[in-house]
Design a protein around this ligand. Structure first.
Ligand code: ZN
Ligand code: ZN
Length: 276
């Protein structure tokens, strides 16, 4: 199996990383992709990927970090996006990500400004466009993050789409939305399915309408524990739990478990052009 989105570069795994990766291999997860969320996390993703077989990285700035990304870097002549661009040359970097728009108002806000104000959204959009262009220029895949911003996300994608991105883009942790699916079918964008499908009825109904050839699996570790682990509070989520997401999906879609694993792995390899 292929965990197409796991934040092994996050603090939650600082002390346990070798064991977590080992448990993933043992559970049948031979491929993992670690997305970047800011410059530091992107560097860390590359570093972890370099040291582990089957582990790959994406680099990029998540919309949460749109404002900080304006700040200077160690090398003051370069912006953070310039530094992300440099990381794209690293061998195990397969994609730009995760990038997009996020309008969700977190209860305990992470934002210095304390709110999702128009300036912040403008900055997110600007950063998003810039990073889509990087993926096209450097012939990389693209990992999209959208939360409660379907309209804006699709408008930007339609304006800045390139044929290069067809079959090489994923709506990670895809919201159950008809417009997203329509765009995905038209442009061969993959749909990322996470552990929340085990308890979210809306997602279950949505996933049934997605063509099998567009489905990829992800854990979004350390977040989104699948059931029953969620009720048991077995945090943090980790890539080994992809096996239970895959088994659940097999039942939901009436596909034999091994077949579902095989097809979604092949889809993920196509998405990241890993050879299949
Ligand atoms: Zn995300
Ligand atoms: Zn993520």
């Amino acid at each position: 199996m292929f965990d197409t989105h796991c934040h092994l570069n996050f603090k939650a795994f600082q002390k346990t990383l070798p064991d977590v990766i080992d448990r993933a291999y043992k559970a049948g997860v031979s491929y993992m992709l670690i997305p970047g969320t800011d410059l530091e996390a992107s560097r860390r993703a590359v570093e972890i990927a370099k040291g582990h077989k089957g582990v790959y990285a994406a680099v990029g700035i998540h919309p949460h970090h749109a404002l900080e990304s304006l700040g200077s870097t160690d090398d003051r002549r370069k912006t953070k996006v310039d530094m992300i661009e440099e990381l794209l040359r690293e061998e195990k970097v397969l994609a730009v990500g995760e990038v997009g728009i996020d309008k969700y108002q977190y209860k305990e806000t992470k934002y210095k400004t304390g709110s999702i104000n128009p300036d912040f959204i403008e900055r997110q959009k600007e950063l998003f466009v810039h990073q889509i262009q990087l993926a096209i220029q450097h012939k990389k895949s693209l990992i999209l993050h959208n939360r409660e911003a379907v309209e804006d996300t699709l408008l930007i994608l339609k304006d800045h789409w390139g044929t290069h991105l067809e079959g090489r883009t994923v709506f990670h942790c895809c919201e159950p939305d008809k417009q997203l699916l329509e765009f995905a079918k038209k442009h061969r964008v993959y749909i990322g399915v996470d552990g929340d499908v085990t308890y979210n009825k809306k997602k279950q109904e949505f996933i049934k309408t997605v063509p099998l050839e567009l489905l990829v699996l992800e854990t979004d570790s350390p977040f989104l524990l699948p059931e029953p682990l969620r009720s048991q509070k077995k945090y943090p989520n980790e890539p080994a739990n992809l096996a239970s997401i895959s088994a659940f999906l097999g039942d939901l879609l009436n596909i034999e478990k091994d077949e579902l694993a095989r097809v979604t792995t092949q889809n993920a390899k196509k998405l990241f052009t890993l050879g299949w």
